[in-house]
Write a protein that binds this ligand. Structure first.
Ligand code: ZN
Length: 320
């Protein structure tokens, strides 16, 4: 019996191993690749038509989206011990409430990408965001799983559908936008997003302005609102101020310069923050200063990503 059980476990491990191997379905580009193979390899989700409108609503010259990835404890999936978990838990107990207060005070909307199981662990999060009546909630996986590591398309589809259903139930509205956890697109991810009828994705990084995603040479109708690692807090602060640049003042200067050129170029500025990272005292002060600075400029349209995607989608917005 023991032996049988062992071989059963062994078989499971082997299956997982094989499944993990199957996940690597994208052939690498090598010197032996043909032009056609290279074109196919890069073709899953490319930049198509630019969608920056001639003018933003109310004559604004720039659109600003504040986005928050509410990952909390789920970044500690591989090491779910009390201390690292508490680092993420801080996002729910302290970081997010501070962020919501800041948005109230400044009267600006924001978009929150939330893994389904963050909402299960903290059922108060969805109502606290929704009762402000100006924010949006989008998909960010089931447990913040990394989609390229999932064995097959059917399993990825199952988790994706489950995440959409969970958010729909928790918020009373089907989400229209998605951000891939860890910016991980498998070869199947874009097809799932398109087939699920999403209005927009916000995981890719191919430009500083909205564009239509082209998949295998075909315009998809899905809008990309691209992010940038430069406008993300995680790379600088890290999980526990162990990032490359844990100085809130330096971050303010970087974000300000990023916004200033977006303003100059009349495109858009998307900021990506994590409540358990940027909700800390010295950092939230800087986030507040940044929002105040942006508000001091004339012609800024603060919007949810859904509002931006809907706006750029209308033919009347006609890009330049
Ligand atoms: Zn995330």
């Amino acid at each position: 019996m023991v032996l049988r059980r062992r071989s059963y476990v062994f078989a499971l491990v082997l299956l997982e191993f094989l499944a993990a191997g199957r996940a690597q379905t994208v052939p690498p580009i090598t010197t032996d690749s043909t032009e056609e193979q290279i074109r196919q390899t890069v073709g899953t989700a490319r930049m198509g038509k630019k969608l920056t409108p001639k003018v933003w609503p109310n004559g604004a010259r720039v659109a600003v989206c504040l986005s928050f990835d509410v990952d909390n404890e789920l970044l500690q999936r591989a090491n779910p011990l009390p201390v690292p978990l508490s680092v993420g838990e801080y996002g729910a107990t302290t970081g997010l409430p501070r962020i919501l207060d800041l948005l109230d005070r400044r009267q600006v909307p924001a978009t929150f990408f939330i893994p389904a199981m963050t909402l299960m662990l903290h059922p108060e999060i969805a109502p606290s965001i929704l009762q402000r009546h100006q924010h949006e909630i989008g998909v960010h996986g089931w447990i913040h799983e990394f989609w390229p590591s999932i064995a097959d398309a059917a399993e990825e589809q199952r988790l994706f559908t489950r995440s959409i259903d969970y958010l729909t139930k928790a918020t009373g509205k089907r989400p229209v936008g998605v951000r891939a956890p860890g910016s991980g697109f498998s070869p199947h991810t874009f097809d799932l997003i398109r087939k699920a009828g999403f209005l927009y994705d916000s995981s890719l990084l191919a430009a500083d302005e909205p564009y239509e995603i082209v998949s295998n040479g075909q315009p998809s109708g899905v809008i990309e609102l691209p992010i940038s690692e430069i406008d993300n807090d995680y790379v600088y602060y890290g999980e526990t101020a162990n990032g490359a640049l844990p100085s809130p003042d330096a971050l303010f200067r970087i974000y300000k310069a990023e916004f200033d050129l977006a303003f100059e170029e009349r495109t858009m500025f998307i900021l990506t923050q994590h409540p358990h990272v940027s909700g800390h005292r010295s950092r939230i002060v800087v986030l507040d200063r940044l929002v105040a600075y942006i508000q001091s400029k004339p012609g800024v349209w603060f919007a949810t990503m859904e509002q931006v995607a809907n706006y750029v989608k209308q033919p009347a917005a006609a890009s330049h």
